[in-house]
Ligand binder design. Structure first.
Ligand SMILES: CSCCC(=O)C(=O)COP(=O)(O)O
Ligand SMILES: [Zn+2]
Length: 221
């Protein structure tokens, strides 16, 4: 089995890294086909399996790329401070600190997806001054593993900041382990899950709810 030695001297199985990069590639391709990465926006990350007791390792998309195109430099490895753990010319996503903040605070988090869509931006605008948007009486809420009759999902909304450490701090302050997402006003959504499958399901459910809510608003006008 081939092993890679990281800057901190920890040895990681190359297969684990390839597995994480393959997971990211699959999600990246799918979301690109859905036009969920307009104008280089969006970023993705997954936890890489590491030997017991070793520091967490994150595979993340490189910054500023056209995410609908394949290159040999689409992904890289960072530590929980967002620093590359191997010598590289690539830059991790400019928003890596948001990812690492979520991994630090939500221990079971295995994957984080961030996209900018017209519907998620419209929702944050429609709920202008509010710090959350509530969804209820929708069957798709079960996608969040919430099964109670009449359950409500309160999705936090934070303001957008160009200064990423500030943005990451704001996101960190509103995280609720029961609600796997945070909406950033007129920017996009961060969604996570305890697997790639769960994170994708959560993102699809949120985007469904956003589209429904915007259309309902227009119908009632
Ligand atoms: C034109 S997108 C502006 C940056 C952003 O919000 C984003 O999601 C993409 O940043 P990255 O560095 O991950 O490519
Ligand atoms: Zn963004």
């Amino acid at each position: 089995m081939t092993q890679l030695k990281l800057k901190n001297q920890v040895q990681i199985d190359l297969e684990n890294i390839q597995h994480s990069f393959a997971e990211l590639r699959e999600v990246k391709d799918l979301f690109a086909r859905r036009n969920w990465f307009p104008a280089t926006s969006g970023n993705l990350s997954v936890r890489v399996e590491v030997p017991d007791g070793e520091p967490p390792l994150i595979a993340v998309t490189a910054s500023g790329k056209d995410k609908s195109v394949h290159t040999a430099e689409d992904f890289l490895l960072v530590d929980l401070e967002g620093k590359p753990v191997l010598p590289t010319r690539q830059k991790p996503s400019a928003e890596t600190l948001v990812h690492t903040t979520i991994y630090q605070k939500i221990k079971q988090c295995q994957a984080i997806f961030h996209i900018h869509t017209v519907f998620n931006n419209l929702i944050s605008e429609l709920y202008g001054a509010q710090q959350e948007v509530t969804f209820t009486n929708q069957e798709i809420i079960k996608a969040f593993n919430i099964w109670d009759e009449g359950a409500a999902v309160e999705l936090p909304i934070v303001e957008n900041y160009a200064h990423i450490p500030t943005l990451a701090k704001e996101v960190g302050q509103v995280l609720d382990p029961r609600i796997p997402g945070v909406l950033i006003r007129n920017h996009g959504i961060y969604v996570w899950g305890d697997s790639v499958f769960a994170a994708k399901r959560h993102l699809e459910a949120f985007e469904f709810l956003f589209e429904y809510q915007v259309n309902l608003f227009l119908l009632k006008k």
